[in-house]
Ligand binder design. Structure first.
Ligand code: SF4
Length: 388
């Protein structure tokens, strides 16, 4: 609260924030739930001596339960949900003229903040889909609370993120309270979770593995690659291709989107039409792409790109501001490889085939981009001054 705004000493804020969470965990009146982001599972282990990229998902679930969380969910599930919403939005814009092209992704709050301050002319191009963190928050206090018969007023919802900007995102505007409560109550970074585990005296490396809770836990390979630059693009293409053509991509590995090159470009042929995509990461590389889009709009005719993924951190969330310190490109690549391994090992690798995502639509949301989905899973952007 106050400390976050006024106190330049991160340690004091972190200590303050963690006391609040320990208090909620100890309160028998409160149901505590937690979600973990894709990139956490390939980096947290570094705090306990594991190699960068080592997958420790199922030990993290166990650690969270031992810390005292009542339910453990996975942001990878809501990454699949994001693909359904954002993919449908992309298809609507491409085929039905429902909005501006190119479409920019919106799951990185640091990019959204940059766009609201620096790209007023391009805000209609930014996807209205909320980020996976916020979609999960909304689903926990509505769909899941109803299903589990728990009063949402008594749910304390925590997320573990590779990202410091996510602490700002959960309070960004009133659409982050779509459940009638603040959808995500508190955000811990990967480093902070490591400290929780140490404070609780848990021997991380000897933990047994466990599974996340249903139905907001199980995820596909497409959900897990969100944590690496190009991953959202690849996951979206897998689903958009299937929805537009009615058949699955022969090879679902979309290699041109991967890797640490500053700006990645590719063309994908979808039903005889060329879809031009770009992936940019590290905020310093974004202005050039934005300027190229502006120039192409001014010129008119065919758009330069149809779909653009933007991540503020180099390498994407695998080296976000909340991850274990000391990432260089070698570490970034290893963490990304961990996520691609998680993808390859997944039985289901496309978001639209996640049976629990399908269940959310049949039981609750209707279909992607429905009115209810818009209320809970979408946001809007405002023009903000650079300084105020
Ligand atoms: Fe956060 Fe960086 Fe990921 Fe953006 S790219 S969501 S700032 S960790």
């Amino acid at each position: 609260g106050q400390c976050a705004v006024h106190c330049p000493v991160g340690a004091i804020y972190e200590a303050h924030g963690s006391r609040k969470i320990w208090d909620r965990l100890a309160d028998p009146e409160v149901t505590t739930v937690v979600q973990i982001a894709p990139a956490v599972r390939v980096a947290l282990g570094e705090e306990f001596g594991l190699e960068p990229g080592a997958l420790s998902t199922k030990k993290i679930y166990t650690a969270l339960r031992q810390i005292g969380f009542n339910y453990v969910f996975d942001t990878n599930f809501s990454a699949d949900l994001t693909i359904m919403e954002e993919g449908t939005e992309l298809i609507g814009r491409l085929l039905e003229g429902k909005g501006e092209i190119p479409l920019f992704t919106s799951c990185c709050p640091a990019w959204v903040d940059y766009a609201e301050k620096n790209c007023h002319d391009l805000l209609p191009h930014v996807s209205s889909a909320k980020s996976p963190q916020q979609m999960m928050g909304a689903m926990i206090k509505t769909y899941w609370a109803e299903k589990a018969k728990i009063d949402p007023a008594k749910i304390f919802s925590v997320s573990v993120m590779p990202c410091t900007a996510k602490k700002y995102e959960c309070k960004r505007d009133e659409s982050m309270n779509s459940s009638g409560f603040q959808d995500v109550d508190s955000v811990l970074t990967t480093r902070e979770l490591a400290r929780f585990i140490k404070q609780a005296g848990i021997d991380f490396n000897s933990l047994a593995e466990s599974e996340a809770d249903n139905p907001l836990g199980p995820y596909t390979g497409a959900g897990t690659i969100f944590g690496a630059t190009g991953g959202v693009m690849e996951a979206a293409l897998r689903t958009a291709y299937a929805v537009i053509t009615g058949s699955e991509l022969g090879d679902i590995n979309f290699v041109p989107a991967r890797g640490l090159q500053d700006v990645k470009e590719a063309t994908v042929n979808v039903k005889g039409k060329d879809l031009r995509i770009a992936v940019v990461h590290q905020l310093g590389n974004v202005a050039a792409v934005v300027d190229a889009v502006r120039a192409s709009k001014a010129k008119g005719g065919e758009p330069l790109y149809h779909f653009i993924e933007v991540m503020a951190c180099r390498g994407g969330c695998v080296s976000g501001g909340g991850q274990p310190y000391g990432a260089d490109d070698e570490v970034r690549a290893k963490r990304a490889t961990g996520l691609y391994t998680d993808d390859t090992k997944s039985e289901i690798r496309v978001s639209h085939k996640n049976p629990y995502v399908q269940q959310v639509y049949t039981e609750y949301l209707g279909k992607p981009n429905s009115e209810k989905a818009h209320h809970l899973l979408h946001t809007h952007y405002v023009k903000r001054p650079l300084y105020k």
